[in-house]
Design a protein around this ligand. Structure first.
Ligand SMILES: C[C@H](O)CC(=O)SCCNC(=O)CCNC(=O)[C@H](O)C(C)(C)COP(=O)(O)OP(=O)(O)OC[C@H]1O[C@@H](n2cnc3c(N)ncnc32)[C@H](O)[C@@H]1OP(=O)(O)O
Length: 623
C-alpha cells in the first residue's frame, strides 16, 4: 500500500516544480503524504532551478482531506501523538512563508485538509465543477490546519461559514442526527421517575456501602463506589477469596489510572476507603448493602435473612442479580420495602448502565437513594420493574436465541456475527457469548424456558460447546480462538459442534440449509428483540420507550447513532416488523410470533415509542 502513497515532483525547463499528491482514491493526507509534501517543498525551495511551485493531486482529484483512518487509530489507541503536524511547518512556514510562489491547481475536490493546503498557497486555480469545503465538523472535529482563519480572509466570513457548515442543515435533519439528539435527551430523562423524583423526597446520604462477594462483579461494583468517594466494606467467605477481591479492586483502580480517568492521589484515597471483612460485624452502620454472589436462590435468601438482622433499619438491601425475581430473594425477610435490584453490567466500574429494579413493595425513598448513588458513581440509572431478566436481559434474550436458531437452520455463525457487527453492534452474538463465558448462558437457560413458554427457543448449542471443552474467551477456545494480543479468529473446528447441533435440532426444512439474505438475517435477529421489547413496554417494565433505548445502547452496545432499539424499530416501522414476524412465525414457530402490542401498533399506525393509552396502562403494570 505504501508504494501507491507518495508525493512526486517534476521540475520543468521553465523552472516550475509540479508537486503531485498520489494516494488513491481521493489523495487523502496520510502521514506519508504529509512527510512527502514537506520533503518536496523543502527540496523545491532549496533548488536554484526551481522558480515556482504548482501543487496538485493525481487522477483528477486534488485532495479529500486528512486521512480519516488516522482518526480511527487515535480513537482505538487514545494516542494523539500519531497525528502528524502539517499546520505550521508545512502550510504556514514552507508554503505560505516560502520564498517561491506556489499555486494550487484544483480539480475534482479539495476538502478539509486538502482545501487548507490550497489556502497555504499564494494562488488557487480551480475547475468550475471542483468541490471545495471544510466538512470537518461532520466528523466532530474543526479544521486543524489554519482553515478557520484563512478561509474567512480569502472568501469573506459569510461564505466561509457556509463552506464550513454547508452540510450542517442537511445533517440536522438526517436520521443520524435525529437519533443522536434523541439519545442525548433520552439519557437525561431516565432519572425522572414518576412517584419517586416528583414527590419532594430528599435523597439520604449514602456514606458506607457493604458489598457481599468479591468476584468479578462485586469487585467492579466496589471499585465504582470507591472512585465515587463512598466507603466500602467488601465481605467474602474466606481470607483467600477476600484477598483475591482486594487484588482485583486494586487492579481495576490501576487500570483507571492507566486510562487517565483517575489520578494517583484519587487512587490512594479510594484504596483507603476499602475495608475487607469475613463476617458481618462491620455491617452495623452501613447505609446500603449490595449482594453480588452467584445466582443461587437459597444462598441469596439466606444472605438477605442475615443482613436484615444485622444492618440498621434505614439500610437499603440491594442485590446485583441479573435474573432472579426480587420477591423470591426477599421472601424470607420483612424488609421488602427496602429490597431493590442494583443490576450492574460487567465490568461494573466501566460500563455506564445501572438497571435499578423495583418491586411493587420497594419504597420510593429506596429507589431515590439508589438513583442518587448511581449518579454519584457516574452511572446512568434506569428504573425498571421486576420480571425475569428485568428490562435489558429480558429484551435481549431473543438476540442470542435468534442467532442460534439461524445456525440451526443452516446459516454460518461467523456470517451472522459479521452482519450484526456491520449493523453497528460492538461484536456479534457469538463473539459476545465467548466473551461472557458459557456459565451464565447455561445458568439462565431453564429460567428463561420456564418464564417465556413457547416463544423460548430451546437450543443445545452452548451445552455442546461446553461438552467439547470450550469455555469461550476465558480458556481461549470458543466459536473463535483467542490468543494474547491477536484478534479473535474463527475456529474452523467448531463446525463439528455445529453439525451435531443441527443434527439434534432438526429445524432445517427437508434437512437442507435455508438460504437467507443479509437483511433477512439482521431482521431475524433483531425483530424478535423488538417484539420482546414491545412486551416489556406493554407490561410497563419500563417507564417510557426511551428508557429502553438508553438501556439497549448502554447495556448491550446497540449503536447510539441509531437512537436505541425502539427509536430504530420506529424508523423501520411496526407494520413491516409485524408482517415479517408473522411470516416467520408460520414458517419457524412461536419464537417469532408477534406480540399483541406490536400487532396493535402495526394496525393503528402509532409508533412503538408512543405512550400507551390510559386504558392500556391500567391493565398491566410491573411498577
Ligand atoms: C486537518 C484537517 O482539518 C482535518 C481533515 O481534513 S478531516 C477530513 C476532511 N475531509 C472529509 O471529511 C472528506 C470525507 N470524504 C468525503 O466526503 C467523500 O468521501 C468524498 C466527497 C471525498 C468522496 O465521495 P465519493 O466519491 O462518494 O466516494 P466515497 O465512497 O465517499 O470515498 C471513496 C473512498 O475514499 C475514502 N475516503 C474518502 N475521504 C477520505 C479521507 N479523508 N480519508 C481517508 N479515506 C477517505 C472512503 O473511505 C472510500 O474508501 P473505500 O472505497 O475503501 O470505501
Amino acid at each position: 500500500m505504501a508504494g501507491s502513497i507518495r508525493v512526486t515532483m517534476e521540475v520543468g525547463a521553465d523552472g516550475v516544480a509540479l508537486i503531485i499528491i498520489c494516494n488513491p482514491p481521493v489523495n487523502a493526507l496520510h502521514p506519508i503524504i504529509i512527510e512527502g509534501l514537506k520533503e518536496k517543498y523543502a527540496e523545491a525551495l532549496d533548488r536554484d532551478d526551481v522558480k515556482a511551485i504548482v501543487l496538485t493531486g493525481a487522477a483528477g482529484k486534488f485532495c479529500g482531506g486528512f486521512d480519516i483512518n488516522v482518526f480511527s487509530k487515535v480513537h482505538e489507541t487514545g494516542d494523539v501523538s500519531i497525528l502528524p503536524e502539517m499546520s505550521f511547518e508545512l502550510v504556514s512556514n514552507m508554503m505560505e512563508d516560502g520564498k517561491k510562489p506556489s499555486v494550487a491547481a484544483i480539480q475534482g475536490l479539495a476538502l478539509g485538509g486538502g482545501l487548507e493546503l490550497t489556502m497555504g498557497c499564494h494562488a488557487r486555480i480551480a475547475t468550475p465543477e471542483a468541490q471545495l469545503g471544510l466538512p470537518e465538523l461532520t466528523l466532530g472535529v474543526i479544521p486543524g490546519a489554519g482553515g478557520t482563519q484563512r478561509l474567512p480572509r480569502l472568501v469573506g466570513l459569510p461564505k466561509a461559514i457556509e463552506m464550513m457548515l454547508k452540510v450542517f442543515k442537511e445533517l440536522v435533519v438526517s436520521t443520524t442526527s435525529r437519533a443522536l439528539v434523541h439519545a442525548f435527551f433520552a439519557q437525561r430523562s431516565t432519572t425522572k421517575v414518576p412517584g419517586v423524583t416528583d414527590i419532594q423526597l430528599k435523597p439520604r446520604n449514602i456514606r458506607k456501602v457493604a458489598v457481599i462477594g468479591g468476584g468479578l462483579m462485586g469487585s467492579g461494583i466496589a471499585t465504582a463506589l470507591l472512585v465515587g468517594n463512598i466507603s466500602v466494606v467488601l465481605k467474602e467467605v474466606n481470607p483467600q477469596f477476600l484477598q483475591r477481591g482486594q487484588k482485583t479492586i486494586a487492579g481495576n483502580l490501576e487500570g483507571l489510572v492507566k486510562r487517565g480517568s483517575l489520578t494517583k492521589d484519587k487512587m490512594s484515597k479510594a484504596i483507603s476507603l476499602l475495608k475487607g471483612a469475613l463476617d458481618y460485624s462491620d455491617f452495623k452502620d452501613v447505609d446500603m448493602v449490595i449482594e453480588a454472589v452467584i445466582e443461587k436462590v437459597p444462598l441469596k435468601q439466606s444472605i438477605f435473612a442475615d443482613i436484615e438482622k444485622i444492618c440498621p433499619p434505614h439500610c437499603i438491601l440491594a442485590t446485583n442479580t441479573s435474573t432472579i425475581d426480587l420477591n423470591v430473594i426477599g421472601e424470607k425477610t420483612n424488609s421488602q420495602d427496602r429490597t431493590i435490584g442494583a443490576h450492574f453490567f460487567s465490568p461494573a466500574h466501566i460500563m455506564p448502565l445501572l438497571e435499578i429494579v423495583r418491586t411493587e413493595k420497594t419504597s420510593p425513598q429506596a429507589i431515590l437513594d439508589l438513583i442518587t448513588v448511581g449518579k454519584i458513581i457516574k452511572k446512568i440509572p434506569v428504573v425498571v420493574g421486576n420480571c425475569t431478566g428485568f428490562a435489558v436481559n429480558r429484551t435481549f434474550f431473543p438476540y442470542t436465541q435468534g442467532a442460534q436458531l439461524l445456525v440451526s437452520l443452516g446459516i454460518d455463525l461467523f456470517r451472522i456475527d459479521r452482519i450484526i457487527s456491520n449493523f453497528g453492534m460492538p461484536m456479534g452474538p457469538f463473539q459476545l457469548q465467548d466473551l461472557a463465558g458459557y456459565g451464565v448462558a447455561l445458568a439462565v437457560k431453564d429460567i428463561y424456558a420456564a418464564a417465556f413458554g413457547t416463544r423460548n427457543f430451546n437450543s443445545v448449542l452452548v451445552d455442546l460447546m461446553a461438552e467439547t471443552g470450550r469455555q469461550g474467551k476465558s480458556n481461549g477456545k470458543g466459536y473463535y480462538l483467542y490468543e494474547k494480543g491477536a484478534k479473535p479468529k474463527p475456529d474452523p473446528n467448531v463446525q463439528h459442534v455445529i453439525d451435531e447441533y443441527r443434527r439434534q435440532a432438526k429445524t432445517m426444512p427437508g434437512g437442507k440449509p435455508v438460504t437467507l439474505s443479509d437483511q433477512d438475517i439482521l431482521e431475524m435477529v433483531f425483530f424478535p428483540v423488538v417484539n420482546e421489547a414491545c412486551r416489556v413496554m406493554d407490561e410497563n417494565v419500563v417507564i417510557r420507550a426511551a428508557d429502553l433505548d438508553i438501556a439497549s445502547v448502554l447495556g448491550m452496545g446497540f449503536p447510539k447513532y441509531r437512537g436505541g432499539l425502539i427509536f430504530w424499530a420506529d424508523t423501520v416501522g411496526a407494520s413491516y416488523i409485524h408482517s415479517k414476524l408473522s411470516k416467520w412465525a408460520e414458517m419457524y414457530g412461536d419464537f417469532f410470533k408477534p406480540s399483541s402490542y406490536l400487532e396493535e401498533r402495526a394496525k393503528s399506525g402509532r409508533p412503538l415509542a408512543a405512550p400507551r393509552t390510559a386504558h392500556q396502562a391500567s391493565t398491566r403494570s410491573r411498577m
